[in-house]
Structures are given as structure tokens and as C-alpha cells.
Design a protein around this ligand. Structure first.
Ligand SMILES: Nc1ncnc2c1ncn2[C@@H]1O[C@H](COP(=O)(O)OP(=O)(O)OP(=O)(O)O)[C@@H](O)[C@H]1O
Length: 615
């Protein structure tokens, strides 16, 4: 990132938070970088796999198209100076036939070229989107902690789309325009060096004026991108949080905030677009100056008998073709700048390394019994703020551990570390004596299953959702797992049973049903170590009993860590670990801890009091 990186919208966010607004987004910075050839090189690498196959066809078609276009004015000049002057109608017809043939060849060549460039462009975009998505899938939790989902979405959709034009037409048009420009310049100079030079003089003037605009245009488009990124982040957040919004009747505030963002985006787009449009008048004015020079100086040269009328007409046609590529090059330049900004953002993600990286010599974790040891484990999410302050814990295979403690005491952090969603800051965690940092991540996670409190249901059928635990499971195995965790009964009562379609997040299912599905999913995966974040939501007694029974089946014979909220789970745990501010304060089974009359005793008393009051 350049030193001159500015955070225009970041500043706005600061102001937003100071003025008490609810939504504050960490925006992408607006980057002020010079045109970056490294970026172009990196993008062009995506074309490499198709270069051998398709590029020769495109280049041939491009040259044929450009040459036929360049030849036409010469044919016109010939027709005027010979066929018309001599009154030779046969020759005139031959010239017209020649022109028609040239137009047809040009049309066919362009047609082919467009078809092939579209193919190559789509392939490149497909590859880029694939790379970006698959890379994001591998990134660690820390990466997602820092970014709103909406801004990630923008990079996969909008930013990649903005490269689409560049790859489908831009690159090839650039080459065509360059070939055409060079061709015209050579022809003009070849047929009359004086008139040619007089016309070409206007080109540098045009470039100097237009390049002055380029930096402004580039920055303006970057601002548009950051504004769009904010809108997406906000949209995503609002859709995810729609229930809370409606429950607290905050719709109006949300709409007002969105309108403000929308207007902001609209204004920045207008500004960028206006700047972009200023290219055209510049080109038109310079073009008009070019025509004036041509006719004034050309007429003079005809009088001097240095050129023919036909050549003047040909030059006038060439000037028409001349401004066209220059105009397109100007537009192309701003298109390139937008693409540069987009690719910067895309490659920034692709270059992001997972915080949790596998060791070079990582070996697969052999099938484990499930003995787990934490020694002096310290961890900080952010430097200088320890979430765990030196945890020691020894768990025998098959034991169940209940993690209890006040909110923010470090319970989820322990389970995050066991699954290696984050790497510990110091200390060691071993499974059957293997340090979890020395083994490959998939081999670890396939043996350490996790059921989160916020059960995620993907769009698809109930069957597919359970199969997520093990993709090669048969339908019979899926039903067996569902029966074992007492989910089968409610599933068969759904309209299409196991084939009932549920949408993302499983909104049509109750909390308890979602939990049972996630239990079936975990049972199907059959991990040796199971981590469970118990749902705190109050569910009816019948479902509670079902869940208790399901839990017994699920946990049987496995080492389990449970962030326990239910008294029944806590009581039956082999070991209860009481955490407070990242430290273990007490450890033991229910009876032992109750006798101690410490923190645990207090927590249990409070729960009993609460239950008594509720009932
Ligand atoms: N992603 C994160 N980034 C920064 N700090 C975090 C993150 N997650 C948790 N923390 C901090 O780490 C500490 C421990 O959090 P943790 O989620 O482990 O608590 P917990 O005991 O599971 O709480 P709860 O019962 O409310 O879920 C808290 O102070 C919390 O603010």
C-alpha cells in the first residue's frame, strides 16, 4: 500500500461514530498509486493458459480487420483520382466492388475476433473468481473478524466484474487501436509528409490535456468502489439482522442510513462519470482543429499540385479513423485505471496468508484416542490483550469437560484453539501427545468435531444438511444418525421429509430442530473429540429432553468439551472447568465444586434461584 494512501471514507466513519450513528464500517482505503505494470503483468498471467490456443486467431483477425480498414480510404482516393476524373464507370464499379469486399472481410474478421475475445475473457474471469473464492475459503477466522461479509462479497462480484470488460474487449481493442494508429500515421507520412506532420502535431496536445485528467478520474472511481463496498456491507448486515431491526422498530433509521449511503454513492458516481465524460469534448475539439488544418493546408497543397483531391478525401477519412482509436484509448485508459483499482483489491485478498498456517513438515494426525493436554496456554486476539492467561488442563480419552464461567471469560476461545481456528500465542496443546501445530489441519479437524451454538443450516434439503458431516454417507447412514439423535421423527413429519428444502440459515426450522440436525451432522462425521457450544435459548421441556437424550448418544465414548449452560449437562460432566477473565479458577466434578462453595457454587445457586423465579 502506498504511503500516500488516504482514508477518505475512513474519516467519514470516524465522524459517524462521533456523531453517534449506529453503523460504522472499516472501508477499503482509497489508494493513490501510480499505474502499476506489476499489476498488469499479474493480470496478464491469467491469459497465459489460453494464449497459445486462442491468441493467434485473435491477433490474425485483428490484423486482417485493421488492414482492410486502412486500405479502404486509399481505394476511395484511387476511385476519385482515376475512375471519376477519367469518367471510367467500369473502373468505378470495380472500385466500389473492392470497397464492398473490404467491408465484408472486415466484418467477418471482427465477428470472429469478438467471439474469440469473449471466450477468452469469460475464461479469465472464471479463473480469477475461482482463485479468489477458493483462497477466501482457506483464510483463518482472524481475516473474517476484521471484515464485514459485504465487503468480501464486493470483491468476488463487483470487482471481478469490472475486470470483465477489460478482458473481453479492452485488451484486444487496445492492440487494434495501436495498430490502427501506427498504420494511419505511417500512411499519412508516406503519402504527404508535410500534410501528415501538420495533422499529427495535434496528437501530443491531446495527450497532454487528457493525461492531466487521469489521476482525478482514477481516484474518483476508487471512491465509487469504496462507497459501493460500504453499501454492500450495510445491506448484508441489515438482511442478516432484519429480525432484530423489526423487533426494535428501527426500520426508519436503517432506511435513512441507507439513503445517506446511497446518495453518497450516487454523488461520487456522478463525479467520476462527469470527469470521465470530459475526455470526449477534448477529443472532439482537437479533432475539429485537425480537420481545419487539413482543409486549410490541404487546399493550399492542391493549388500547389502537391496532392490530389482524392488524397485529400482519403486524408479526411483517415482523420475520422484517427480520432476514433485515440478517443477509445482515452476511454480505455480510464477503464484500465478502474481495472487497476479492482485488481489491487482482488490481489490484496489473494495475497492474504492464513494466520493459521500448516507447518511445512506437517504430518497427518493418526487416528486418536482423544487424550488432550493444554499446557500454559496463552492467547491474545489482539496484541496486548490476553484472552487466556496460562491455561493448564488434562483430559483423558472419553472424558466430558464442561466449560463454565461468566460471559467473556474465555470459554469459546478455548474451543477455537482446540480446532486451530486461531493459533495459540504461547504454550502447547497436544492430542495423544501430538502438538496440534505439527499436524495437518484437515487431519486434525476431521477428528475434532464442533457443534456451534449458532447452528448454520445451508440452503438445500435436510438430507444434504446432515450429509455435510460426511459427504460420502449413504441415505441409510443419514437416517441412522438422525434416528440416533432423535431428529428422525420431526424430519419425517415435514412436507417432503428428508427432501424438504430449507433456505440459508434454516429459518423455517425451530432452534431445537436446527440443533438436532447439527447433532446428526456431527454424529455422521464421527469425530473422536467433540466440542459443543450448547444453545442457551429456552426450549420446551419435551425438546430439552430430546436434546439431552441426543447428547448422550452423541457424546458416548468420545472426549467432549461442552460450553455448558444446562444444569443437567454440567452435573453429568466428568470434569467442570470454571473460567474467569482467561484463568481457570476451579476444577473438579459437580460434588467437589459444590463442597468448595466457590465461584461454581455461586453460579449454580444463581441458576437455581432463576429457575425457581421463572417457575
Ligand atoms: N474475534 C475476537 N477478536 C477480539 N477479541 C475477541 C474475539 N473473540 C473474543 N474476544 C475477546 O476474548 C475474550 C474471551 O472471549 P470468549 O468468546 O472466549 O468468551 P466466552 O467465555 O466464550 O463468552 P460467552 O459466554 O459470552 O460466549 C473476551 O474478552 C472477548 O472480548
Amino acid at each position: 500500500m502506498s504511503k500516500s494512501a488516504t482514508t477518505e471514507t475512513g474519516q467519514e466513519n470516524k465522524e459517524a461514530s462521533q456523531s453517534g450513528k449506529r453503523f460504522v464500517y472499516q472501508d477499503d482505503e482509497v489508494l493513490d498509486k501510480e499505474f502499476d505494470w506489476g499489476q498488469v503483468k499479474r493480470l496478464s498471467r491469467y491469459m497465459k493458459p489460453y494464449a497459445k490456443q486462442i491468441l493467434p486467431v485473435i491477433v490474425t483477425m485483428m490484423i486482417v480487420g485493421a488492414l482492410t480498414k486502412l486500405l479502404n480510404p486509399l481505394l476511395i482516393a484511387y476511385a476519385i483520382d482515376h475512375a471519376l476524373k477519367e469518367g471510367n464507370s467500369r473502373l468505378l464499379m470495380q472500385c466500389v466492388g473492392g470497397m464492398l469486399a473490404l467491408y465484408l472481410i472486415q466484418w467477418a474478421a471482427n465477428n470472429y475476433r469478438i467471439r474469440y475475445t469473449n471466450t477468452i475473457g469469460q475464461k479469465v474471469i472464471y479463473d480469477l473468481r475461482h482463485d479468489l473464492f477458493s483462497h477466501i475459503q482457506t483464510l483463518s477466522f482472524k481475516f473474517f473478524d476484521k471484515r464485514p461479509a459485504g465487503s468480501i462479497l464486493v470483491r468476488i462480484t463487483n470487482y471481478v466484474n469490472s475486470l470483465q470488460d477489460l478482458f473481453t474487449n479492452g485488451v484486444v481493442n487496445l492492440l487494434i487501436d495501436c495498430v490502427q494508429l501506427v498504420g494511419i500515421v505511417l500512411i499519412l507520412l508516406f503519402y504527404n509528409i508535410k500534410l501528415g506532420t501538420a495533422i499529427i502535431v495535434t496528437v501530443p496536445i491531446m495527450f497532454v490535456i487528457s493525461t492531466k485528467l487521469r489521476l482525478h478520474i482514477r481516484r474518483a472511481w476508487q471512491v465509487v468502489q469504496t462507497k459501493q463496498s460500504r453499501i454492500n456491507a450495510h445491506l448484508n448486515e441489515c438482511i442478516q439482522g432484519i429480525k432484530v431491526t423489526q423487533a426494535f422498530t428501527q426500520e426508519k433509521e436503517n432506511i435513512a442510513f441507507f439513503d445517506e449511503m446511497n446518495m453518497d454513492n450516487h454523488k461520487s458516481w456522478n463525479r467520476a462519470s462527469t470527469l470521465n465524460q470530459s475526455f470526449n469534448p477534448i477529443i472532439e475539439v482537437t479533432g475539429a482543429i485537425g480537420y481545419c488544418i487539413l482543409f486549410w493546408f490541404g487546399a493550399h497543397l492542391i493549388q500547389q499540385q502537391e496532392i490530389t483531391v482524392g488524397l485529400l478525401v482519403a486524408f479526411a477519412t483517415y482523420i475520422g479513423h484517427f480520432w476514433e482509436p485515440i478517443n477509445r484509448l482515452g476511454q480505455m485508459y480510464s477503464q484500465m485505471l478502474i481495472a487497476m483499482a479492482s485488481s489491487e483489491r482482488i490481489f490484496e485478498f489473494i495475497d492474504e496468508r492464513p494466520n493459521v498456517a500448516e507447518a511445512d513438515n506437517a504430518k497427518p494426525l493418526p487416528p486418536v484416542r482423544g487424550d488432550i493436554e493444554l499446557k500454559q496456554v496463552k492467547f491474545e486476539y489482539e496484541p496486548g490483550r490476553l484472552a487466556l492467561k496460562g491455561i493448564d488442563m488434562s483430559v483423558k480419552a472419553g472424558q466430558s469437560i464442561a466449560l463454565v464461567g461468566h460471559t467473556g471469560s474465555g470459554k469459546s476461545t478455548i474451543i477455537n484453539l482446540l480446532c486451530r481456528f486461531y493459533d495459540i500465542t504461547s504454550g502447547t496443546i497436544t492430542i495423544d501427545g501430538h502438538d496440534i501445530r505439527d499436524v495437518s489441519i484437515p487431519s486434525l479437524r476431521s477428528q475434532v468435531g464442533i457443534v456451534l451454538q449458532d447452528t448454520f443450516i445451508f440452503s438445500g434439503t435436510i438430507r444434504d444438511n446432515i450429509r455435510f458431516g460426511r459427504l460420502d454417507a449413504t441415505d441409510e447412514e443419514i437416517e441412522f444418525a438422525a434416528k440416533a439423535v432423535r431428529a428422525h421423527d420431526f424430519i419425517v413429519n415435514l412436507p417432503q421429509g428428508y427432501d424438504t428444502e430449507v433456505q440459508e440459515r434454516g429459518n423455517v426450522l425451530s432452534m431445537g430442530q436446527r440443533q438436532l440436525i447439527s447433532f446428526a451432522r456431527a454424529l455422521l462425521a464421527d469425530p473422536r473429540v467433540l466440542i459443543l457450544d450448547e444453545a442457551t435459548a429456552s426450549i420446551d421441556t419435551e425438546t430439552e429432553l430430546k436434546i439431552q437424550e441426543a447428547l448422550k448418544t452423541l457424546l458416548a465414548g468420545r472426549t467432549s468439551f461442552i460450553i455448558a449452560h444446562r444444569l443437567s449437562t454440567i452435573r453429568s460432566a466428568d470434569n467442570i472447568v470454571v473460567l474467569d477473565h482467561g484463568n481457570i479458577m476451579e476444577q473438579g466434578n459437580h460434588e467437589e465444586l459444590m463442597r468448595q462453595k466457590g465461584i461454581y457454587y455461586g453460579l449454580i445457586q444463581a441458576q437455581y434461584r432463576f429457575l425457581r423465579e421463572v417457575s
